[in-house]
Write a protein that binds this ligand. Structure first.
Ligand SMILES: C[S@@+](CC[C@H](N)C(=O)[O-])C[C@H]1O[C@@H](n2cnc3c(N)ncnc32)[C@H](O)[C@@H]1O
Length: 281
């Protein structure tokens, strides 16, 4: 049975409440296509029947599965390469100089999906700041709403198809080993990266002060109020001279004027407006 307008509204509200993801009125087809297989797994006839189950009794685990099914986890190694080039050429060399005494770096890949972004950050450090990566107190935190993708990220296992996307062959050879038909991240990468479930739209746990934040290709799913709330909290966990990368198609301008945009080749990043002009970039 095709999903009725009230049932669509019910699911749309549920997804918004639990993740802040906004489903447009034209997303009914997407919802049915994604939740159909979940309905089958749950042993009910279709998405309408799944809605009835959700309405009948509070089932937090089922709610979570519904929301996770509606997340888009598209990612790849060194996605949009430019931010990693800017890190390598400008930001990391400057940060390393500034942190020479404390010998510590904190990096956050928010909305990390299956971990390719966090691993790309780790490989950038291992390739270009090897002494720092191996000798300093470096932590790369990857977080995501979906426990399913976080578990996959934690495994550090990637398919041939996944490593074919964005990962140069020499890096594959250096930072991965074969594990059956899959590829396993090296212990050096694993030591740098940790993963945790975190909902950007709910209360945040106590976060460290980050030197670098990647929050890419997730803001597009949120409305302006959610983006504003996220930027306010980002301000509090980005160090005074830290840098923030968002997705190429995303903008901070209408949502927060406490950050300034720094152009860097064909990409850009953000930093606190109050930062002294001699800062990074
Ligand atoms: C398109 S992926 C982006 C992955 C990576 N940042 C990149 O650019 O390749 C978007 C991720 O955002 C996550 N996400 C969606 N809503 C979220 C929320 N409220 N809190 C945390 N993560 C969320 C999804 O689970 C998904 O894995």
């Amino acid at each position: 049975m095709p999903l009725s307008a009230p049932d669509y509204q019910f699911l749309k509200n549920l997804v918004y409440k639990d993740s802040a993801i906004v489903l447009g009125d034209d997303h009914a087809y997407l919802l049915e296509a994604r939740l159909g297989p979940l309905a089958q797994l749950e042993g009910v006839a279709d998405v309408t029947a799944l809605v009835r189950v959700l309405q009948k009794a509070a089932d937090p685990a089922l709610r979570r599965r519904v929301v996770e099914t509606m997340t888009t986890n598209e990612t790849s190694f060194f996605r949009d390469i430019q931010p990693f080039e800017v890190l390598k050429n400008t930001i990391l060399p400057e940060l390393v100089k500034k942190r020479a005494t404390e010998r510590s770096l904190r990096i956050w890949s928010g909305a990390a999906s299956t971990g390719q972004e966090a691993c790309s950050l780790a490989m950038t450090l291992l390739e270009h700041q090897r002494d720092v990566a191996l000798g300093w107190d470096v932590q790369i935190l990857g977080t995501d709403l979906s426990s399913r993708v976080v578990e996959r990220a934690k495994s550090g296992l990637y398919s041939q198809l996944e490593v074919n996307r964005g990962l140069p062959a020499p890096m594959l050879m250096k930072h991965f080993t074969r594990s059956g038909v899959q590829w396993q991240t090296s212990s050096a990468v694993q030591r740098l990266v940790q993963y945790r479930v975190m909902n950007l739209a709910a209360a945040w746990p106590l976060m460290p002060q980050f030197d670098i934040i990647f929050l890419r290709n997730v803001l597009i799913y949120f409305d302006m109020d959610t983006r504003r709330a996220i930027f306010t909290r980002l301000r509090n966990c980005l160090r005074k001279d830290g840098v923030l990368f968002i997705g190429g198609a995303e903008s901070i301008r209408e949502a927060d004027d406490a950050f300034e945009c720094v152009r860097a080749g064909s990409t850009h990043y953000y930093r606190h407006k109050t930062q002294p002009t001699a800062g990074i970039g």
